[in-house]
Ligand binder design. Structure first.
Ligand code: ZN
Ligand code: ZN
Length: 94
C-alpha cells in the first residue's frame, strides 16, 4: 500500500480539500507555434480538489472554475478572476 502524504488543497482558497472532482474537461489543446495552426499539444488537466464550501458552490453552479494555461500558473481558479500571471482564468468548455 502506498500512502499519499500530499495534503490536497482546495484549488480556490487553499484550505484542506475534501472533494476531488473532474475538471469540466480533461484535456486542453495548446498550439506551441502560433504560425503553425496544425501543430498542437494536448495538455491533460489535473483533478480539481475543493473544500466543502467551494464544492457546494461548484455543484450549485455558483462557482465556475477556469484554468490559466500560462507557464507561470497552470492551475485552476475562479473564471474571470485574475491569476498570478495577470491573465484571467478562462472557462473550460466541455
Ligand atoms: Zn475552498
Ligand atoms: Zn495565469
Amino acid at each position: 500500500m502506498i500512502e499519499n502524504v500530499v495534503t490536497r488543497r482546495c484549488v480556490i482558497c487553499g484550505h484542506d480539500g475534501v472533494m476531488t472532482v473532474d475538471p469540466p474537461r480533461r484535456t486542453l489543446a495548446r498550439g506551441t507555434d502560433p504560425s503553425d495552426s496544425s501543430y498542437s499539444v494536448t495538455v491533460v488537466l489535473p483533478d480539481m480538489e475543493l473544500c466543502g464550501d467551494h464544492y457546494h458552490d461548484f455543484r450549485s453552479k455558483e462557482l465556475v472554475i477556469g484554468w490559466c494555461d500560462d507557464e507561470k500558473c497552470r492551475h485552476f481558479g475562479v473564471v474571470g478572476a485574475p491569476s498570478p500571471c495577470g491573465k484571467e482564468y478562462l472557462a473550460l468548455k466541455r
